[in-house]
Design a protein around this ligand. Structure first.
Ligand code: FES
Length: 110
C-alpha cells in the first residue's frame, strides 16, 4: 500500500471578521493563486498570473521552503506591492514544488 502525500494549506485574511480557511489534500505543481481560485477564494490577479502586476501579493507565514524560489522579476513586482514585507510573495509565482508539506499565508487587506 502506498501513501499519497499532499499539502495542507492555511489561508488567513488581514480583513477583519473574515475567518481563516484550511485546505487539505492539495497536490504539488499548482501555484497558490491556482489553489485559491479552484477553491473559490477570491484574490485579485489583474495580469492573469503571469508575474506582470502586484495584485496577487500575499505574505508567506510558514512553509516557504516548499515553494519555488523567488526570481528577480517577481522581486521587482513585490517591491511595488501594497505594504511589501520580507515574507512577501506573489501568489501566482508560488508553485508547490515538493510532494507534500504545510503552507500558511495571509492575504493583505488592500
Ligand atoms: S496575478 Fe499578476 S503578478 Fe500574480
Amino acid at each position: 500500500m502506498f501513501n499519497i502525500k499532499k499539502y495542507q494549506i492555511a489561508i488567513h485574511f488581514e480583513e477583519t471578521n473574515r475567518e481563516s480557511v484550511k485546505l487539505k489534500r492539495i497536490s504539488k505543481g499548482q501555484s497558490l493563486l491556482e489553489v485559491m481560485l479552484t477553491n473559490n477564494i477570491e484574490i485579485k490577479h489583474d495580469c492573469g498570473g503571469v508575474c506582470a502586476c502586484s495584485s496577487c501579493h500575499i505574505y508567506i507565514n510558514k512553509g516557504s521552503e516548499h515553494l519555488e524560489e523567488m526570481f528577480l522579476k517577481e522581486k521587482h513586482f513585490v517591491d511595488r506591492a501594497y505594504k511589501p514585507a520580507i515574507h512577501s510573495r506573489l501568489a501566482c509565482q508560488c508553485l508547490l514544488v515538493d510532494d507534500s508539506g504545510s503552507v500558511e499565508f495571509t492575504i493583505p487587506n488592500y
